[in-house]
Design a protein. Structure first.
Length: 285
């Protein structure tokens, strides 16, 4: 599960425990950068990748790098030592259910909510780290953060949101199939047809999802600015940072909320229908 990805599919075997844990942990490890992409690159490598990503967004000085590295390593060690057994138990439950073929939209929704619930303790642990870095940031680093976000957003808009409706459906279909392949292996012809049909049938929600992404980024910038300019005590700064981090597991209020909720429902439906026609080999995968 990728915290900024609108179409998640469920994990299907306990061997994915570290990958799923990484998906939840990654945003906390990359708190200074506000980026969750590192979760796709391997649990054991997350500290190095998160520190690199934070530096690429903020151009950290030597002291800030030391703070970020120390905090990231501590967060990773805590997560490895206290959280992985819980992820493994959840994934064993998912494996049993998938093997039995008893998967519907309601069950997938419950798994999705269960994963979001596991974000709360990560936010609690990551918040002081983000606050400690934020209080040291300089105006030039904040400008760099905004510029890097703008570049990422422009690239994402080009890739995911072409103006032509037929092109957008093709892009969406590819996204569906890429996700299905990650969890199930090579999609069958029937699954490819299902992905194309559902990509054409679901309401366009990329703009609303993108608007939610922008709100989270704006909130991150505002939180960093508030901490670095007001310089509150560590407990207050950590509370502000936690409020921001918890928004990664929430659908923001506003005009786009119904679209975001319908997109999540469509995701659950897609996952259930893909698994309903999965082969025994795909279920094992």
């Amino acid at each position: 599960m990728h915290l900024d990805d609108p179409i998640p599919l469920p994990a299907s075997r306990p061997a994915l425990a570290r990958r799923v844990a990484a998906a939840a942990l990654s945003a906390g490890l990359a708190v200074a950068a506000g980026c969750s992409m590192v979760g796709r690159l391997g649990y054991d490598h997350l500290p190095t990748l998160a520190a690199w990503r934070a530096d690429s967004y903020l151009s950290l000085n030597a002291e800030q790098k030391a703070i970020a590295s120390r905090r990231i390593e501590a967060l990773h060690a805590w997560h490895r030592g206290t959280q992985l057994d819980d992820y493994a138990a959840l994934l064993r439950e998912i494996q049993r259910t998938v093997a039995q073929g008893d998967v519907d939209e309601a069950r997938i929704r419950a798994w999705r909510i269960a994963m979001f619930e596991r974000w709360k303790p990560i936010a609690d642990r990551a918040a002081p780290a983000g606050a400690e870095v934020a209080v040291t940031l300089e105006p030039g680093q904040m400008r760099r953060l905004r510029d890097e976000m703008e570049r990422d957003n422009a690239k994402l808009r080009r890739q995911w949101m072409p103006e032509d409706r037929s092109e957008r459906v093709e892009v969406r279909t590819k996204r569906y199939l890429d996700r299905a392949e990650l969890f199930l292996g090579t999609p069958t012809a029937e699954q490819q047809q299902l992905a194309r049909r559902m990509a054409a049938e679901v309401p366009d929600s990329e703009e609303q999802w993108f608007a939610q992404r922008l709100l989270r980024q704006q909130d991150l910038v505002a939180t960093f600015e508030r901490i670095r300019t007001e310089r509150p005590d560590p407990a207050t700064a950590s509370a502000w940072m936690r409020e921001h981090l918890m928004r990664y597991a929430q659908v923001r209020d506003g005009p786009g909320r119904p679209f975001s909720e319908s997109s999540l429902a469509a995701s659950d439906a897609m996952s259930a229908r893909m698994l309903a026609i999965a082969t025994p080999k795909q279920r094992q995968h």
